[in-house]
Design a protein around this ligand. Structure first.
Ligand SMILES: Cc1ncc(COP(=O)(O)O)c(C=O)c1O
Length: 387
């Protein structure tokens, strides 16, 4: 009588993600350097924490509205969208991180058996959420030879008339760091209009763009505003992962239903955290230091990775990930990462965890100090030399 027999089929099928499993193992070991975690290791800027304390003093201690505090919806409309005012406050919903925005969307959009197209490789949780809500995730292969670009003609092959409900895109991308180009986005936008597709654009890494990368959202392209839902969050841009504040912006009918759905599960998002998030958006300069820190780390990580013979990789322009091809070392990506952890105490994530196109690669998150990045790369080099 351990309760297992009382669970429904969906709950029984739930599995622990591959990333968590690696961390659980690492926790039992000494002197581990983690290049595995998709979270800034930096603290939230102090003024944002002060704003939260102020909110509590001011009495932001009550249930907030389901769609979010009006002050934050307004701040998102002005400062948190690809273009100021692209969506009005009533077209914006505040959520518990981007994850809650994505899961709410799946909850209100999908009928059992509906299909949603996602990129391969892609962040693990997309497919799990789609499947949990009865949908089918169609993994559209990106092109590893072209920096993991997503091509409109490939999307077309996966589109099933009458069954495909939406296309989810994520740029800059987790796990590849790929920043979609204007041409890529324009081609996808044209296809979305031709096929009457809804596009969910996850832009949580859009302040982490390097070199000459252009910050561009598909929602700003002609004819796309009304068929795009932009999802974003404070987690990566302001080092606020633990605050759990994010948002979705899109057509009012969809946003309105998300809020109604939220009412049944979570009565809104922590009010003081929302107040602090509004402060953060009004002080966008607070993202600059974090972006600069990652710019330097990216350079260090790339320079060190180049010193490893046989390691093949491009230099992605976004997020805080490198996604090198490790096939030259003769191990599949899971074995490579398991042995790297066992033998050198470095955590990297196997590319296969993100989809079959990810196999042969490992995800290296440069969310560690420069010193740790250098030491981790030294260990990876030593490991590769043994293979
Ligand atoms: C692509 C992508 N989307 C969404 C999220 C979740 O963000 P949040 O912390 O806002 O829920 C992550 C977190 O790693 C991510 O990589």
């Amino acid at each position: 009588m351990n309760g297992e027999n009382r669970l429904n089929a969906k709950a029984k099928a739930l599995k622990q993600g591959a990333i968590r499993a690696m961390f659980d193992k690492a926790r039992t070991m000494d002197n581990v350097i983690s290049m595995g975690i998709g979270e800034p290791d930096l603290a939230t800027p102090a003024p944002i924490c002060d704003a939260c304390a102020e909110a509590l003093q001011k009495g932001f201690t009550h249930y907030p509205p389901n769609a979010g505090l009006p002050m934050l919806r307004e701040a998102v409309s002005k400062y948190g969208l690809p273009e100021p005012g692209l969506y009005a406050p009533n077209e914006i919903m505040i959520t518990n991180g981007a994850m809650n925005a994505l899961s709410l969307l799946m909850n209100i959009l999908l009928e059992p058996g509906d299909h949603v197209m996602i990129q391969d490789p892609q962040w693990l949780n997309y497919a799990s959420q789609i499947e949990y809500y009865g949908g089918i995730a169609d993994k559209v292969p990106t092109d590893p030879e072209a920096d993991f670009a997503l091509r409109a003609e490939t999307i077309r092959k996966y589109y099933i008339p009458g069954k495909t409900k939406a296309l989810m895109i994520n740029s800059p991308n987790n796990p590849t760091g790929h920043l979609m180009t204007r041409k890529e986005l324009e081609d996808i936008a044209a296809l979305a209009q031709e096929l009457d597709l809804l596009v969910i654009s996850d832009e949580v890494y859009n302040t982490l763009i390097f070199e000459d990368g252009e910050v561009l959202s598909i929602a700003t392209l002609p004819g796309m505003r009304e068929r795009t839902i932009v999802v974003n969050s404070f987690s990566k841009s302001y080092a606020m992962c633990g605050w759990r504040v994010g948002y979705a912006a899109g057509p009012e009918a969809i946003i309105d239903r998300m809020a109604k759905c939220q009412e049944n599960f979570i009565s809104g998002v922590n009010a003081a955290a929302q107040y602090a998030a509004a402060y953060a958006l009004e002080h966008k300069e607070l993202t600059v230091e974090l972006t600069e820190t990652f710019r330097r780390r990216r350079e260090v990580a790339i320079a060190e990775l180049k010193k490893i013979p046989g390691m093949k990789f491009t230099e992605p322009k976004g997020a805080f990930y490198l996604f090198p091809d490790v096939t030259a070392f003769g191990l599949d990506s899971k074995t490579f990462c398991d042995r790297l952890l066992d033998e050198q105490h470095v955590v990297c994530i196997p590319g296969s965890a993100f989809g079959s196109v990810g196999e042969g690669h490992i995800r290296i998150a440069y969310t560690a100090t420069e010193e740790d990045i250098i030491e981790a790369m030294r260990r990876i080099k030593e490991f590769c030399a043994k293979l």
